[in-house]
Design a protein around this ligand. Structure first.
Ligand SMILES: Nc1ncnc2c1ncn2[C@@H]1O[C@H](COP(=O)(O)OP(=O)(O)OP(=O)(O)O)[C@@H](O)[C@H]1O
Length: 756
């Protein structure tokens, strides 16, 4: 213990040094003088990088070192050991000796995978538990039974550390599992990033935990690629993202974008809610076709003619045939609406010019047109700059914005979707956007394209300027280098070793680097850019996403480097796609693999039995995941006519001193329950660190609490009830007034606490 404490002390000294160094670097960078563009840029980048790095080091403070592996002695020597931690740390010596091995490094792998049967060259695995910076416990496992060395810290049960982690009181924030990743989880976490992997598993099997650790692992193993393109993790709702938000920083990673589908359209805040029926309709794949039809209908032709009053030339006649011809030309470009629009405009300007030339230059005696090329050019110019002409053309092929198009479509969707569906999705003008609207907006943005030619021209001009500027910098550095070399008369060899900027970089590349040196991280830039292509996308609760949401996501991952995590049995959304094959076939055919997680780390066996019964009522063959723990405490149930009163009593009795309790009830009961539950937190995104929260079943998705009281289960859909029943790590109670939708034999008889 003492030796480990000494080692841990040394690690923290080094961590403090590194943190102070980064903070000092950031401070120094900011204090640097110089107002040139280059100086400012360098200053900002360095300050940002160093500050971020210092924050990352602060994030790993707790539980910095949690393990150690001792290598087996071999005839040639062997032995030695490695300490494993959240990040890698090296000593400040000339050899930069590794002190702590990052859990993601290949060297650390036996810590997770070695068994007595396959010891992987390891003779002992040690788990270190720390509180603050103090080592409080050691737990050793002997993997080489022939090695007689014993430390006295060998436990009776190899799963002791895991069980201790599972039994700790919940905080309302998910914790990392880096100390106790199980072998089946480790294989998923470290799978190569290319291709599509589906991770399926029942409640509590660690899908979310695995997804987050996989993100951290991929950023470590593929940093070059992924730090630049960022990793996106998609979760079901903002409360869930808040719940998992601290896991990655605790693993030393901050460069991941966590988002719901509703947040993936920059500039739109989806604060509205849809009815389940509306969300289901909006999520259907045929919405893409409906929107495409709306766009086509906005590319119209006059019937039979549009008269344009031109100030100088009198009436121009924009005829149906002219417009049809222009429309056909624009459509054959296959460009999105706004980008094809200039083709339509120019074709009509040409046609109108021709019409006018024919009229003005007509020879009354039937000879050739009397206008010369200059006159014609002048007429063309005047038509092209006429606001009346443009207004007329705009009315036929208007520039459209995604928001405008979708709003217009939802205001009156009849004719594009069956009437009943149109009623379900009809939206009042000015109503807030909903989560299900976001994929529609994204689809519309694809169909419309953004005519950013002016912006691009400006950007290109700026880029050219940057290249010129960079060339200037390089020339100067070249000049100074030549001078230095001449001055010092260095040998050729020395000179070759000195790499100056112009050896490794040309002006264009350097300009690009400056552009990249945008102060924001890749994740921040990705969040603001609808067309960003991510390096990898991880989708949690993937079974919930609608076909339209999948279209949106797939556009953001052209490489199809994806990890999907989910449990079809917990599908709550009516828009959710039936099977993984249904989701994936349109994008990757059968090129995806699936792995299953079969052990439930959250829900004790007594609770899982009840939850499994709920599903078996609908699917008799249903096999739940195997609970790793049993608490000996059976769930309780109470039937009553006074639901609110009974829930209040149950909460008063069950509220844990340490830890969290959730009341999961149908939304219709929330107002009444909130009144009787002292200090309860409810609402759309309640603060889950609060001791007592009130949620509906959908909100409880992905979350967990020490204790859960489920209210009126008959009011839930089966899959929602299954979710609600599997949220507790310790105790479950059920309060109901209507018939229970599951067998009561898994439940203990309720204690009736009401006064006689
Ligand atoms: N290897 C592990 N070591 C310690 N705790 C673990 C491990 N695996 C999972 N857990 C814990 O089990 C609980 C459930 O994990 P998680 O939320 O990832 O499951 P899930 O499969 O996403 O569940 P659900 O589908 O019900 O949302 C969490 O508290 C998690 O920290």
């Amino acid at each position: 213990m003492q030796r480990e404490q000494q080692f841990v002390d040394r690690l923290y000294v080094r961590l403090d040094e590194l943190r102070a160094e980064r903070e000092e670097n950031a401070r120094r960078a900011l204090a640097q003088l110089g107002n040139s563009r280059q100086a400012k840029l360098e200053r900002d980048i360095t300050a940002d990088e160093q500050a971020r790095s210092a924050a990352e080091l602060a994030g790993v403070e707790s539980g910095l070192c949690f393990g150690r592996i001792d290598h087996a002695r071999t005839e040639g020597g062997g032995g030695g050991h490695h300490h494993i931690g959240r990040i890698g740390i090296r000593a400040d010596d000339a050899a930069r000796t590794p002190l702590l091995i990052d859990w993601r490094a290949p060297v650390a792998r036996p810590f997770y995978l070695a068994t007595g049967h396959t010891p992987m060259g390891i003779r002992r695995r040690r788990h270190l538990t720390t509180e603050g910076r103090t080592v409080t416990e050691l737990h050793d496992e002997i993997l080489d039974l022939d090695d007689p060395t014993r430390t006295g810290f060998e436990g009776h049960n190899a799963d002791e550390v895991l069980l201790a982690a599972l039994n700790t009181a919940r905080t309302g924030r998910m914790g990392d599992i880096v100390q106790t990743i199980q072998a089946e989880q480790d294989r998923i976490i470290r799978a190569p990033h290319r291709g599509v992997m589906v991770v399926e598993g029942g409640p509590g099997t660690g899908k979310t935990a695995v997804a987050l650790h996989r993100a951290a692992y991929l950023l470590y193993a593929e940093r070059e690629l992924l730090a630049k393109r960022a990793v996106l993790i998609v979760g079901p709702n903002p409360a869930f993202l808040g719940y998992i938000g601290e896991v990655l920083p605790s693993l030393g990673e901050t460069g991941v974008l966590l988002s719901t589908i509703g947040e993936l359209y920059p500039g739109v805040h989806a604060t509205g809610t849809d009815t389940p029926a509306a969300a289901a309709v909006k999520g259907r794949a045929d919405m893409a076709g409906a929107l495409a039809a709306v766009v086509r209908d906005r590319q119209s032709v006059p019937d039979p003619v549009l008269e344009i009053d031109h100030d100088d030339y009198g009436t121009l006649y924009l005829e149906r045939a002219m417009a049809e011809d222009a429309r056909a030309r624009a459509r054959t470009t296959r460009l999105p609406h706004n980008l094809a629009r200039p083709y339509f405009v120019f074709a009509l300007i040409d046609a109108l010019t021709e019409q006018l030339v024919d009229r003005l230059g007509a020879d009354p005696f039937g000879g050739p047109n009397l206008l010369g090329p200059d006159d014609m050019a002048q007429i063309g110019k005047e038509i092209a700059t006429s606001s009346e002409v443009h207004a007329a053309i705009d009315s036929l092929w208007p520039p459209l914005s995604p928001q405008g198009l979708v709003a217009e479509f939802l205001q009156d969707p009849r004719g594009y979707v069956p009437d009943a569906d149109a009623e379900a999705i009809r939206r009042a003008p000015g109503a807030p956007w909903t989560e299900a609207d976001v994929p529609l907006l994204d689809e519309a943005a694809e169909l419309l394209g953004i005519d950013d030619s002016a912006e691009r021209a400006a950007k290109e001009a700026e880029r050219q300027q940057q290249i010129e500027y960079a060339q200037g910098v390089l020339d100067m550095s070249y000049a100074s280098r030549t001078y230095e070399f001449e001055d010092k008369e260095e040998s050729d060899e020395d000179a070759a070793e000195v790499l100056a900027a112009h050896d490794i970089i040309d002006a264009e590349r350097m300009a690009e680097r400056q552009e990249e040196a945008d102060h924001r991280t890749a994740a921040e830039r990705a969040a603001a850019d609808r067309t960003w292509a991510f390096g990898h996308i991880i989708v949690d609760e993937a079974q919930e996403l609608s076909p339209m949401a999948w279209r949106l996501l797939m556009r953001r991952i052209p490489t199809r480097s994806l990890t999907l995590v989910g449990d079809p049995a917990q599908t709550g959304s009516e828009a959710g796609v039936g099977t993984w094959a249904d989701i994936l076939t349109p994008y990757v055919e059968d090129r995806w693999e699936m792995v299953r997680l079969g052990v439930n780390y959250r829900t004790p066996a007594e609770i899982m039995d009840v939850a499994a019964d709920v599903l078996r009522a609908e699917s008799p063959g249903f096999e739940p995941p195997r609970s790793v723990r049993s608490t000996g405490v059976r769930p309780w149930v109470r039937r009553t006519d006074d639901l609110a009163g009974a829930v209040a009593e149950a909460v008063a009795r069950e509220l844990p001193e340490e830890g969290r309790l959730a009341v999961i009830a149908p939304r219709g009961l929330h107002a009444e329950l909130a009144e009787v539950l002292d200090g309860v937190i409810a609402g759309a995104a309640p603060d889950l660190t609060h001791q007592l929260v009130l949620l509906d079943a959908r909100q409880s998705k992905g979350l967990e609490f020490d204790k859960v009281v489920v209210v009126e289960p008959a009011a839930f859909r089966t899959s929602d009830l299954y979710v609600a029943l599997t949220r507790a790590t310790q105790g479950l109670g059920v309060v109901h007034s209507r018939e229970l939708p599951f067998a009561e034999d898994g439940l203990s008889v309720a204690v009736d606490c009401s006064p006689a």
